[in-house]
Design a protein around this ligand. Structure first.
Ligand code: SAH
Ligand code: F3S
Length: 477
């Protein structure tokens, strides 16, 4: 997740660029909205298309092909994409041979409807169908609309080496699972990204090896639910009938995968996202404690502090079980930072239940937070079976209350860093001053300090001297 302290909607969407490949002559303009997973998928798409003769461009006007990787998580995310399509439409008037494709979750959700609703769209491709892009583009070049939204039980793109788009050359994402089996009632992801699959650990370690050889210093392992990672030869986890069958296979779980990666690459930092509370095992926490190079930061979405709301959301844990997990993390990893996702105004949420969220936040005092007002999504269990009955003004007021509270906790956590020493990985020049570096500590807090003769990608020991609400100010030691 981002380094912003408190955000309501993440800012995204810009032309993504990579180095030019000689001999490629077609121009691809590609944008990505939504989660980190989408960004990594966009890198996979760019890799597949570079073999088809495409180089990326940041000029929409000169593109032969425009692709937008979309997000469906909230209505607002879909509206943003619709606005971008209007912009592409205006450009197509100047450049009529330009083709436009929609990728990702909105493509999966709306399927052929997209072609009816948005006349500008030539190509609709769901998250599991990117290998088919060369064929689909062939169809489009012959004047036909092309659609592939088939979801897969196997696809992990394990053998596709993503091209790193807009990379700082220091941090990279590596996908380890795809899809989600959890069926939280509010969430559209299981419908747009399909069933959960884990990727072969061999191909994960191979990709990390390549990144390390290219001087990458920090790898974030990605999945909708990384803690439920389980490899036993491919396919769906639920194809195995019972635990002993899984145990008999030579299985690798998330704690083991982390251990393998952190052991083989001791100089590389590892992060991971996202952890689902019900799946986060003590083994994972102990593995984090065992390796200094696994960052002490856990994004642990909870959505609500009320057991009854969690139950309506089909989250598989209670408030008390979540608190027990947090207590275990604090015990085993005393310097670990925690962040949350919260939803206000879910179906039937009472003022009492909202207060439970506030009190859980008081208990945990998260370092960061990503907070949203509930947005009903078509086709989800909540849309089918429940009533979106919390008035918008209550949703917004409650959202505002949790944002304010998170702000104060974030500030408190920032102040706790003052006077302490941290290893910081330099990511680039500070936005505000050319004379300062920016980089993050293990806890994912952004640190700014005066430049010396070190370079981007170096690890530097820093003592924190001061802070603002979003940044630590430090000095080299
Ligand atoms: N496990 C995923 C969760 C993806 S959705 C991950 O990798 O992070 C990210 C967050 O969006 C969720 O944790 C939830 O807080 C929020 N969200 C999902 N569906 C939503 C909806 N219908 N309305 C509002 N917020 C939603
Ligand atoms: Fe969505 Fe719940 Fe999975 S939030 S991505 S269904 S863990």
């Amino acid at each position: 997740m981002g380094s912003e302290k408190v955000i309501e909607e993440k800012k995204q969407g810009q032309a993504l660029l990579t180095d030019k490949i000689d001999g490629n002559h077609k121009k691809l303009y590609i944008e990505s909205y939504g989660c980190q997973m989408n960004l990594n998928d966009t890198e996979i798409v760019a890799s597949i298309l570079s073999k088809e003769g495409y180089n990326t461009t940041h000029l929409l006007e000169e593109a032969d092909l425009v692709l937008v990787n979309t997000c469906s998580i909230r209505e607002k995310a879909e509206q943003t994409v619709r606005k971008r399509l209007q912009k592409y439409n205006a450009v197509k008037k100047i450049n009529p041979t330009m083709k436009v494709g929609v990728l990702g979750c909105m493509a999966e959700r709306l399927k052929t409807k997209f072609l009816e609703e948005e006349k500008i769209v030539d190509l609709v491709v769901g998250p599991d169908a990117y290998r088919d892009l060369p064929n689909l583009l062939e169809e489009v070049s012959e004047g036909r609309d092309a659609v592939n939204v088939i979801l897969s039980k196997e696809e992990t793109y394990g053998d596709v080496s993503p091209v790193r788009l807009n990379s700082n050359g220091v941090s990279a994402f590596v996908s380890i699972t795809r899809g989600c089996d959890n069926m939280c009632t509010f969430c559209v992801v299981p419908f747009t990204r399909g069933r959960e699959r884990s990727r072969d650990p061999k191909s994960i370690l191979e990709e990390i090896r390549g990144l390390v050889a290219n001087n990458y210093k920090e790898i974030t392992l990605l999945g909708q639910n990384v803690d439920s990672y389980l490899w036993y030869g491919g396919g769906l986890k639920k194809d195995f009938k019972n635990a002993s069958e899984i145990a008999q296979a030579t299985a690798v779980d998330f704690a083991q995968l982390l251990d393998l990666a952190a052991t083989e690459f001791p100089k590389t930092r590892f992060r991971f996202s996202t952890s689902n509370p019900q799946d986060m095992s003590l083994d994972v926490i102990h593995t984090m404690a065992k390796h200094e190079n696994i960052c002490k930061y856990i994004h642990l979405p909870v959505q609500s502090g009320s057991t009854s709301v969690l139950n309506r959301m089909n989250r598989q844990h209670t408030r008390e079980e979540y608190i027990e997990l947090v207590d275990n993390i604090r015990k085993i990893l005393p310097d670990c930072a925690l962040s949350q996702d919260m939803i206000t105004g879910f179906c039937g949420e009472t003022e009492e239940e909202h207060k439970d969220t506030l009190s859980l936040m008081e208990y945990v005092k998260y370092d960061f937070g990503f907070m949203f007002a509930y947005s009903e999504r078509p086709g989800t269990p909540a849309e089918k079976r429940m009533i979106d009955d919390v008035p918008i003004e209550d949703k917004k007021r409650r959202l505002n209350e949790i944002i304010q509270l998170q702000r104060s906790h974030g500030m408190l956590r920032m102040q706790e860093f003052i006077g302490k020493k941290y290893e910081v990985l330099i990511e680039g020049t500070s936005k505000k001053s050319d004379l300062h570096w920016k980089g993050r500590n293990s806890q994912n807090a952004m640190v700014i300090f005066e430049k010396g003769d070190e370079q981007i990608g170096d690890f530097v020991n820093i003592i924190v001297e001061n802070c603002t609400s979003g940044t630590l100010l430090g000095k080299r030691i």
